[in-house]
Design a protein around this ligand. Structure first.
Ligand SMILES: Cc1cc2nc3c(=O)[nH]c(=O)nc-3n(C[C@H](O)[C@H](O)[C@H](O)COP(=O)(O)OP(=O)(O)OC[C@H]3O[C@@H](n4cnc5c(N)ncnc54)[C@H](O)[C@@H]3O)c2cc1C
Length: 343
């Protein structure tokens, strides 16, 4: 997801003084105007019930529907098949920003907390909305509107390679959850972060290591693939030293397995000098073409620079963000029947 581009471009979410006129602005400015839950046009109040730090700059925010009404059908539908977001409003500055709800932790949690929305939110240096949200104490009201469906998975999807940078992990987790409805599907998630603190304790699954070399079976046997930072002492409980998002990814892996699918994860950390390499993708694309156009997908979500590096810039046309041509590293690779989508 070109996560900052929509505000650097035409800034469609900004409502400045000059535009406070039409119906849209009226809706935007209305305080807690409806007593329904999430709605695409009207902001609805949610209560910040929990804020769990993930790292020094990011936290998981849990928001509870202010009216305690059941989740609307639009959200239930959005959860099922793809990537979706909601917008949060900063009431003093009258700005709104998009955030991507994390998938629910478990089926049981769905039943108990049916109308909770959870977000991984990074505090951007100098960022108006993200700093505002991080300053809010528990119990505060945050107004949200949505959902906006950003991407719908094709029905016949078989395999997904997901390149995620930073908070681009949230849409990747939505896709992992949605794929649980496609038995036999496989997802290869390659998650890059600047610092280890974002993915503490995250261990690689597949047969590549993060320096892009093929792993040797004897290294696997001896556990030598793990870097010092990744190694856990013998007897360490499963969740000890694991970041909150890493724990959630591991839970998603379990749920994928139970749904006869597969979720493989590779972690990359800039400060450990491990970077996603084209060869890491090529190794996941080795299998023979399968039937069905669009059934093998490469999805990319993260900061603008990350998306541009891998797939070229997204563009603004007539006030809408569009895919733009395929550029970057992927344009130089033999993609076979794999389709690319920039989130
Ligand atoms: C569909 C979608 C989903 C998203 N989901 C998430 C999510 O789940 N989690 C998440 O954390 N984020 C997400 N984002 C990003 C989020 O919407 C915000 O863009 C982000 O929180 C920063 O907003 P802000 O108001 O804090 O920063 P802003 O105030 O808009 O500033 C952003 C950055 O630009 C810099 N900047 C601001 N103005 C200028 C200027 N004039 N010149 C140069 N630099 C400038 C700031 O210093 C800051 O680093 C998503 C974005 C989209 C489009």
């Amino acid at each position: 997801m070109s996560r900052l581009s929509r505000i650097r471009g035409p800034r469609p979410l900004y409502i400045c003084a000059a535009t406070i006129a039409g119906g849209a602005a009226y809706r935007f400015l209305q305080p807690e105007s409806s007593n329904a839950s999430l709605h695409p046009h009207d902001f609805a109040p949610y209560i910040l019930v929990d804020k769990q730090p993930v790292s020094s700059t990011s936290a998981i925010f849990t928001l509870h529907d202010g009216f305690g009404v059941p989740e609307p059908d639009s959200v239930t539908e959005a959860r099922k098949r793809g990537v979706w977001s909601v917008q949060a409003k900063q009431p003093q500055l009258q700005i709104a920003r998009a955030y991507t709800p994390l998938p629910s932790i478990s089926d049981e949690a769905d039943e108990v907390d049916g109308h909770n929305l959870r977000f991984l939110i990074r505090k951007e240096t100098g960022g108006e909305m993200s700093n505002y949200l991080h300053r809010l104490p528990e119990g505060s009201t945050i107004e949200l509107r949505g959902p906006t469906v950003e991407y719908k998975l094709p029905q016949d999807v078989k395999e997904v390679i997901f390149l995620a940078g930073g908070t681009g992990i949230a849409p990747a987790m939505q896709i992992a959850q949605a794929l649980q409805r496609s038995p036999g599907s496989t997802m290869h998630l390659l998650w890059a972060n600047r610092r280890r603190e974002e993915c503490e304790g995250g261990l690689n699954d597949a047969t590549v290591n993060t320096s892009g070399q093929q792993s040797s079976w004897w290294k696997g046997l001896l556990g030598l693939e793990r870097t010092a930072a990744q190694k856990l002492p013998v007897g360490t409980p499963k969740t000890a030293n694991k970041g909150l998002i890493v724990q959630e990814i591991e839970a998603l892996k379990e749920r994928s397995r139970a749904a006869t699918g597969e979720l493989n994860v590779q972690y990359y950390v800039d400060e450990e000098k491990s970077f996603i390499k084209p060869g890491d993708l090529a190794r996941q694309m080795h299998t023979e073409p399968v039937d069905g156009a669009g059934s093998r997908l490469i999805l990319i979500s993260g900061p603008d620079g990350f998306i541009e590096y891998w797939a070229g810039k997204k563009l603004w046309v007539d006030g809408r963000e569009v895919q733009g041509r395929l550029g970057g590293m992927l344009a130089k690779m033999d993609l076979k029947d794999w389709k690319v989508f920039k989130l």
